[in-house]
Design a protein around this ligand. Structure first.
Ligand SMILES: [Zn+2]
Length: 274
C-alpha cells in the first residue's frame, strides 16, 4: 500500500516557484515539520493533504494564484497500465511535497468506491463522483484551494472533463493529470478524453500486450455481442489486441451477432477469439 509523504516543506517551495520570497523558505520557529497529512487507505474520507503552515496562508494563496497550471493526459487501451502511470505520477508529486487529490467515476465500482487500485496492487484513496463539477463543492472551497495536483482516472466517464480541466489549470493553477480511454471498443472517441488534447502540456499513449500474439496492443476488443458503448467489465469482457487481431476479432464478434440475431436470440454472448 502506498502512503503519502510530507507536504510543502520549505525545500519543496524552492522547486515550486523561483518567485517565492527567500525569507519564507526558512523554517518557522513556531512550526515543526509535519508529515503524513493525507489519510491512508484506511481513512479515505478526506483524501486531501492538510497544510500545516497556517501562518503562511496568505502568502501561499498568493503563490498559488501566481502559479500556472498544467494538464497531462495518459491514454491507451484497457490493460495498458494507465491507472498505474497515473498513480505513479501523483505519488511522485506528493513525494515532492505537493497536495494531491484523486477523482474517479462512481460508475466503475469494481474495486470499491473509496480507493483506486491498479493491477499490481497499488492503492490510493480517492473521490468517486458522478461528475467533476461537483468536486469543489464536495470537498469545500478551502480544501480545494489547498490542492496542487488533481488526478482523474477513467476520465472517459466524465462529460464535463473539458470545462473542469480548463478551469483547474488555467484559472486555479492546478496540475491536472488525466488517465482514460481514448477510444471505445469500436475505436471511436470515448467521452471527452480527446477533447482535452488541445489543453494538454503532454500526452502519453500507452500500449498493452496483444492477448493473442503478444505484440504491442493499441486497441480494446470487446469479446461479447453487447453493443452499448458503456459496458463496465474487466478481462471477462475485454482484451487488448494488436491491429491484426482487432480486425479478426471484430469479424468473429460480428459473425456471432448476426447468427444470434437471425435466430432471434436476445442475450449477450461471449465469443471465444483466437
Ligand atoms: Zn495480436
Amino acid at each position: 500500500m502506498l502512503t503519502m509523504k510530507p507536504i510543502l516543506s520549505p525545500s519543496s517551495l524552492s522547486t515550486i516557484s523561483p518567485l517565492f520570497p527567500k525569507f519564507l523558505l526558512s523554517p518557522s520557529p513556531h512550526h515543526t515539520h509535519q508529515t503524513l497529512i493525507l489519510p491512508t487507505i484506511k481513512t479515505p474520507k478526506f483524501p486531501i493533504l492538510r497544510r500545516p503552515f497556517c501562518s503562511y496562508k496568505s502568502s501561499m494563496e498568493a503563490l498559488r494564484s501566481a502559479r500556472s497550471g498544467e494538464v497531462h493526459v495518459i491514454i491507451g487501451p484497457m490493460f495498458a497500465g494507465k491507472t498505474t502511470a497515473l498513480l505513479r505520477r501523483v505519488q511522485s508529486e506528493s513525494d515532492n511535497g505537493r497536495n494531491i487529490a484523486i477523482i474517479k467515476s462512481d460508475k466503475d465500482s469494481r474495486y470499491g468506491l473509496d480507493s483506486i487500485v491498479t493491477h499490481d496492487g497499488a492503492k490510493l484513496p480517492c473521490w468517486a463522483l458522478p461528475d467533476l463539477s461537483s468536486f469543489r463543492q464536495k470537498i469545500g472551497k478551502d480544501a480545494y484551494n489547498k490542492i496542487d495536483v488533481i488526478g482523474i482516472d477513467e476520465a472517459q466517464f466524465f462529460e464535463d472533463l473539458y470545462d473542469f480541466c480548463c478551469k483547474a489549470a488555467d484559472y486555479d493553477g492546478k496540475t491536472v493529470i488525466v488517465a482514460g480511454l481514448d477510444g471505445d471498443y469500436l475505436r471511436r472517441r470515448f467521452g471527452s478524453v480527446l477533447d482535452i488534447i488541445p489543453l494538454a502540456d503532454s500526452v502519453t499513449k500507452l500500449t498493452a500486450r496483444c492477448e493473442i500474439c503478444g505484440k504491442r496492443a493499441f486497441f480494446t476488443l470487446r469479446k461479447t455481442t453487447e453493443t452499448k458503448t458503456e459496458l463496465i467489465g474487466g478481462a471477462d469482457v475485454y482484451m487488448p489486441v494488436c491491429r491484426q487481431h482487432y480486425v479478426n476479432g471484430q469479424v468473429a464478434v460480428e459473425a456471432a451477432r448476426t447468427v444470434l440475431e437471425s435466430k432471434n436470440v436476445d442475450f449477450d454472448t461471449c465469443i471465444e477469439i483466437k
